[in-house]
Design a protein around this ligand. Structure first.
Ligand SMILES: O=C(O)CCC(=O)C(=O)O
Ligand SMILES: [Fe+2]
Length: 370
């Protein structure tokens, strides 16, 4: 372990073979998804093209800052309010959507857009890594924040994960599709170490958005002389919310099944809210790592030859979220990141399951950061 490891718990842990077994679970069906939509909320497109949540705000009582255990790695207590059932709320309550009817001010991320509205691809990244600055429109960002917030205050919503050692990650997490368990570096069908909640399914429109993101990233890769990414049918989406002191140590994403990793199935990552420094490199050595800034609306994809890059989130830059996003959603200070993944590669042929849900069958191999 290097100094970085001591100070910062690693998200996808250090190598350890846990032998933990995980229950296979049948796939979420469309009916399950619809049931899960649970009538709790609906989206009403407003005249602004924004999305107004009809879900009453979570009754969040003014919150005592959460007491952290003495062995906590968190540098400061979470400032996020908690709903009665314990889930953290990443947005302020009672935020009304913007009512302005005039022409919108240019959005911060649009400065990156070429005249045809094509997001700018960043040069000089390793093979298999594509960064499209300003890929998401502001309306997409607003919708993502609204919907993730609403799922995040429901069952299986935002919590602060811990390691088996008791150290906690410097972020709030909500898993969709499958639960990523830091105590075992494996995926599970329920959040067994916390509250037994079943992760909500990935909203269908987010799966569709992920497909568009990947197509755009593949186009950019080809334009830069590389290859298209392998297709992805995401059955895992991890939502991380980093407060201002949030961070994530250097790690590889390698808790998906070996066939998925071998196939280089990409990780599709969306950034929203405050900007961050994202470090990446060939090894865990932070001294050797390069840094790129990820801002709200940016799309990062790593797959194929770039699938196993080491990466970390080293700093959240305060007050850098687009004001329009904050106004429209009440997103609290910090950064929201979504990563889409596919647990196992689909082999094709009769009976092959496609779409959501992998059934996390194999938790027994050592997963996580090397
Ligand atoms: O927040 C980010 O940009 C990276 C998240 C990440 O590396 C992960 O969830 O594995
Ligand atoms: Fe990661």
């Amino acid at each position: 372990m290097d100094a970085q490891d001591v100070e910062i718990p690693l998200h996808h842990g250090d190598d350890r073979s846990t032998g933990a077994s995980v229950n296979a679970r049948s796939l979420m069906t469309t009916n399950d998804l619809l049931k899960y939509a649970r009538g709790m909320h609906a989206w009403l497109p407003s005249t602004m093209g924004l999305y107004v949540s009809t879900l009453p705000p979570c009754a969040v009582s003014p919150q005592e800052p959460e007491q952290q255990p003495s062995n906590s790695f968190l540098s400061e207590p979470s400032q996020l309010p908690r709903c009665p059932d314990g889930a953290y709320d990443i947005c302020s309550v009672g935020v009304a959507p913007s009512t302005s009817t005039g022409p919108r001010a240019p959005l911060p991320h649009q400065q990156y857009r070429a005249p045809g509205g094509v997001p700018r691809s960043v040069d000089g990244l390793p093979p298999g890594v594509v960064l499209l600055k300003g890929y998401l429109t502001m309306d997409e960002q607003i919708r993502i924040v609204h919907e993730i917030r609403e799922l995040g205050i429901g069952p299986g919503g935002f919590y602060i994960p811990s390691y088996i050692t008791g150290g906690r990650l410097w972020l709030h997490m909500m898993c969709m599709g499958l639960h990523w368990e830091p105590r075992t570096n494996s995926y599970e069908t329920i959040r067994s170490s916390h509250d037994g909640a079943t992760p909500p399914p990935i909203p269908a429109w987010l799966v569709e958005l992920c497909g568009r993101c990947l197509a755009a990233a593949s186009d950019a890769a080809v334009a830069a002389g590389g290859s298209r990414f392998p297709p992805l049918q995401p059955d895992i989406c991890l939502a991380n919310f980093y407060e201002r002191s949030g961070k994530l140590g250097m790690h590889q994403d390698k808790d998906e099944m070996p066939d998925s990793l071998r196939a280089g199935l990409p990780v599709v990552s969306l950034s929203l809210g405050d900007a961050t420094d994202f470090q990446y490199g060939k090894s865990r050595d932070i001294e050797e790592a390069s840094t790129v800034r990820l801002e709200s609306g940016d799309l990062l994809v790593f797959g194929g030859p770039g699938r196993m890059i080491f990466h970390s989130v080293s700093k959240v830059h305060p007050n850098t979220a687009p004001p329009e996003l904050v106004r429209a959603t009440g997103l609290r200070p910090g950064r929201l990141n979504l990563t889409f993944r596919q647990y196992r590669a689909l082999t094709g042929g009769p009976g092959t399951r496609t779409g959501t849900g992998a059934g996390a069958g194999a938790g027994a191999r050592g997963k996580g950061t090397s």
